[in-house]
Design a protein around this ligand. Structure first.
Ligand SMILES: *Cc1c(COP(=O)(O)O)cnc(C)c1O
Length: 357
């Protein structure tokens, strides 16, 4: 076990009513923190009361955006255990994002131990109603007080925890998605494969316009030709055509989603054909016209599976699986959330127990 100093909060908060949690607005009593200074490396791993912190107005992250984050979830099972879904895979991806942003590598064991200890301390904050969870947000910011462009020499790493409500508060329902034809999210050779704030900043304008037009999110096409499917920006995307599920291959400009990986492995374990390859928006529309497009769904930690009922591209709308939840979408959602909540056996070894209540 890593040596982690713990300072407990003097007063503990309480978990609000579980139907009023929403997403990302409420935080637990403690956070994990670790510092980096060039020459010394990462040090001073500690758990402290959750609270605001001071940084210089000149802190590099505020000016040049050198930052990364992760997003994963802990769940309370029916037999009152707290489990985290694929924590080590998330922490490894965190280091991959760090590499892309020239942020020094972290010791995955230290992060893993810190995460477990933090959740143990704040375990009363893990909600129990169906669909709720404890959202885990690790992040790193560059903090040198320096207004000049270079790789930073000082960083702070945090893990904060937020109890969140059921993603599908009003039921598991298909969403409407706009295929973006004007803006682009990320280009090959850029930051697309990193979980970094810049990618979200780049997506806001398009998202806002799509919302005004009545869509929940945009589906990004490749930045060069705007021809090939990329992802949704908070989710990876899957198409079920002729009983095969297809998702864009990892090409450097999309995120290597952990839920994406889960979907591929689970579908293959069921004997389904699950393929990673380049797929164009034309192919999707042609498959629809030929009656071969059976389902479209997104995959991501927040929603797990998000069925798509409608796509709109250059003003052409297509309705998918009658705007109903497709068979595979439903089956994947039930199975993966079942594993996370302890109803399904964890035959892939993805669910790690971190505390008992
Ligand atoms: C986090 C994220 C996803 C989903 O990844 P998961 O690991 O499945 O949660 C997809 N796309 C982008 C851009 C993301 O940031």
């Amino acid at each position: 076990m890593t040596d982690i100093a713990v300072t407990l909060a003097e007063k503990r908060g309480t978990l609000p009513a579980e139907d009023k949690l929403g997403f990302g607005k409420i935080f637990t009593d403690h956070m994990f923190v670790m510092d980096y200074v060039s020459g010394k490396g990462w040090h001073n791993a500690r758990i402290v009361p959750y609270g605001d912190f001071d940084i210089s107005p000149a802190a590099m992250v505020l000016h040049y955006g050198q930052a990364i984050f992760e997003g994963m979830k802990a769940f309370r099972t029916e037999d009152n255990r707290v489990v985290v879904y694929r924590p080590v895979d998330h922490l490894k991806r965190f280091n991959n994002s760090a590499d892309i942003l020239s942020i020094p590598q972290m010791d995955v064991d230290v992060l893993h131990d810190g995460l477990k200890k933090l959740i143990e301390i704040d375990k009363e904050w893990v909600p129990k109603s169906l669909g709720t969870s404890l959202y885990i947000r690790p992040f790193v910011i560059s903090i040198d007080p320096f207004v000049g462009v270079r790789v930073a020499e000082q960083y702070t790493m945090f893990i904060i925890l937020s109890p969140v409500g059921a993603y599908y508060a009003s039921g598991f329902k298909p969403v409407k998605i706009k295929v973006e034809e004007h803006f682009v999210r990320a280009v090959k050779g850029g930051l697309g494969e990193a979980k970094t704030p810049a990618n979200y900043a780049a997506s806001l304008k398009a998202g806002e316009i799509a919302k005004e037009e009545g869509y929940t999110q945009v589906l990004w096409l490749d930045a060069l030709e705007q021809k090939y499917i990329e992802e949704v920006g908070t989710m990876n995307i899957f198409f079920k055509i002729d009983d095969e599920i297809i998702t864009p291959e990892l090409n450097g400009s999309i995120l290597n989603g952990i839920t994406r990986r889960s979907v591929l492995e689970v579908a293959r374990s069921w004997g389904m054909k699950a393929t990673e390859r380049r797929i164009s928006i034309d192919e999707v529309y042609e498959a629809h016209a030929a009656g071969r497009l059976q389902e479209v769904f997104g995959s991501g930690t927040a929603a797990v599976i998000s069925p798509v009922g409608e796509l709109a591209w250059k003003g052409k709308k297509i309705i998918i699986s009658d705007n109903k939840i497709g068979e595979t979408s439903q089956k994947l959602f039930d199975y993966i959330t079942g594993m996370q909540q302890g109803r399904e056996a964890d035959k892939f070894g993805w669910v790690e127990e971190v505390a008992k209540l």
